[in-house]
Write a protein that binds this ligand. Structure first.
Ligand code: MRU
Length: 369
């Protein structure tokens, strides 16, 4: 996607300087929306830190960064121990997005039986492929989601604007390019449908207010940031034509685990007869997880709840404390939306019911094959 006229992905191999061809560059998403800054990853620890501290985030991008993390590790040491250690370190960074484990399993399978002198090059090649595959997958999600948007726009008599509500950031910043939930939004906008997006701010880290708003703005998509609790009210007033979100892990029965607060939006959508779609790439399906109950829910630092970061009047950014010193805070980062509240899943292979049969038919029961 474009940033001020320059095409960007969220992760790429450095093209210039000493590390050209092997260092990995990312956009530091902790600095957005006020500062656009890229950072170079030069070793395994840099990659693990980037995921843990959320310089990169979003299920597909976490997977892509982990793949490059293995490549960086192989550049330093090609032994079996180094491969296992790298995968263990990266897997421990964040627990919920299954793309992380998926990408590491892909790297293990690709490298394990290779001679050591080929491992580093093979690791980079597979990491590049994983990124390119993600772009193609997200483009496919966009096309399949666009057909739904067109149907809803037609059913609305093509009057006014198409109001879409989204939660968190499931845009190009969460993937390598395009995004999952935002891919059909970009395609609809580019195709002339007057899309307007209600952007949930998504406390506590404000991925909606900081990231979704930023990337929609850069692409010229009309949008309005709302507090997380406003969605139900807007749905009651007929101001939301559809909801679409991403998912960090999709159970085999179609339950979806996404950013905290997604479940409440799905409940409100169900109560108001608003379609609630979830966009996902194949690698987000956890076929070993029969339903959402056992999905590990990340609990992050309570300071993310008690403090908030923003730009001060002098242009610098700083954290400020919101809560009393003595009050405890809890920071559950994800929740599970049961399949019964999901109108349909939008994948790169098509749109399907959020159910065991829906997913299994689409994926031919071959588990992502
Ligand atoms: O904690 P984050 O910012 O990594 O959470 C991201 C989300 O919840 C996204 O909605 C999800 O990864 C799907 S995006 C393609």
């Amino acid at each position: 996607m474009m940033v001020d006229g320059v095409p960007y992905r969220t992760i790429w191999l450095a093209q210039e300087g000493e590390g050209a061809g092997w260092q990995v560059e990312i956009i530091d998403q902790t600095r957005l929306p006020h500062i656009f800054e890229t950072v170079r990853l030069t070793n395994l620890d840099d990659a693990a830190h980037a995921i843990r501290a959320m310089l990169v985030r979003g299920a597909p991008l976490i997977g892509a960064t982990a793949a490059y993390g293995v490549a960086l590790a192989m550049r330093a040491d090609t032994s079996d121990d180094a491969l296992d250690q790298a995968c263990e370190t990266l897997l421990a960074t964040r627990p919920t997005a299954v793309n992380l484990g998926w990408a590491l399993a892909e790297m293990q399978a690709h490298l394990r039986n290779r001679p050591r002198d080929q491992r580093a090059a093979a690791a980079y090649a597979r990491a590049v492929e994983i990124c390119d595959e993600d772009v193609a997958i997200c483009e496919g999600i966009g096309r399949n989601g666009l057909a739904l948007f067109e149907d809803i726009w037609t059913a609305k008599g093509q009057q006014g604007r198409l109001n879409v509500l989204t939660h968190c950031n499931a845009g190009w910043l969460a993937t390598v390019d395009w995004g999952t939930a935002l891919a059909p939004i970009y395609m609809a906008h580019d195709g002339g449908i007057p899309v307007h997006v209600w952007v949930d701010e998504t406390r506590p880290r404000n991925q909606g207010a900081a990231l979704t708003a930023w990337e929609l703005g850069k692409h010229g998509v009309p949008h309005t940031v709302i507090v997380d609790n406003a969605g139900g009210h807007l749905m009651q007033k007929g101001e939301v034509d559809l909801c679409i979100t991403g998912t960090d892990r999709t159970a085999a029965n179609g339950d979806v685990c996404n950013k905290i607060g997604t479940y409440l939006k799905a409940l409100a959508a169900h109560d108001n007869g608003v379609p609630f779609y979830v966009a996902l790439p194949g690698p987000t399906i956890d076929w070993e997880m029969p339903d959402g109950n056992a999905i590990p829910i990340e609990e992050r630092d309570p300071a993310e709840v008690s403090c908030i970061e923003g730009r001060l009047a002098d242009g610098t950014t700083a954290p400020v404390q919101l809560t009393p010193d003595a009050s405890a805070a809890a920071n559950y980062a994800f929740d599970v939306t049961p399949a019964r509240l999901v109108t349909a899943l939008v994948t790169e292979r098509g749109v399907c019911a959020a159910s065991t049969d829906g997913l299994a038919n689409l994926y031919n029961k071959e588990k992502n094959a």
